[in-house]
Design a protein. Structure first.
Ligand SMILES: [Ca+2]
Ligand SMILES: [Ca+2]
Ligand SMILES: [Ca+2]
Length: 135
């Protein structure tokens, strides 16, 4: 797996979990319940799978939350990424713009969609989370 995509996984899962980290000090035993809640958060129409559109919309929301100064780009201090990881996404300008962000979201979605049906089901989503955690 390309380094860039691995970084995208880390970013995306951390981002998806962000509201939960803030609102609940979830114990490790509550991890499954938390994963299920993250999935439900992503699955806007609650049809049991996360489409590319749902995934992107949710990630863009997170982008806006992280973008403290609302200039539509993320600088290193607005993310919690390691410098190398940040640079692999941002390129040389030191900023992650919305296109770069959507590009990694797109890559991560395609990597996670292991049966290539254009949807993330619960199984694929949990596999994605586990892959990131066990890195
Ligand atoms: Ca859905
Ligand atoms: Ca910014
Ligand atoms: Ca799938």
């Amino acid at each position: 797996m390309a380094v860039k995509v691995e970084m995208a996984f880390t970013l995306i899962v951390a981002l998806a979990a962000l509201p939960h980290i803030v609102s609940t000090a979830a114990a490790a035993s509550a991890e499954n319940a938390r994963d299920a809640r993250i999935f439900e958060l992503l699955d806007d129409d609650q049809d049991g799978s996360v489409s590319m559109t749902e995934f992107k919309n949710n990630q863009m929301l997170v982008f806006y939350i992280l973008d403290h100064n609302k200039d539509l780009s993320l600088t290193a201090d607005e993310t919690f990424l390691q410098p190398d990881a940040f640079k692999s996404i941002s390129g040389t300008d030191g900023k992650i713009d919305t296109l770069e962000f959507l590009d990694i979201v797109d890559s991560a979605f395609k990597q996670a969609d292991t049966n290539h049906d254009g949807l993330l089901d619960r199984q694929e989503f949990v596999a994605l989370l586990n892959r990131v955690r066990n890195r």
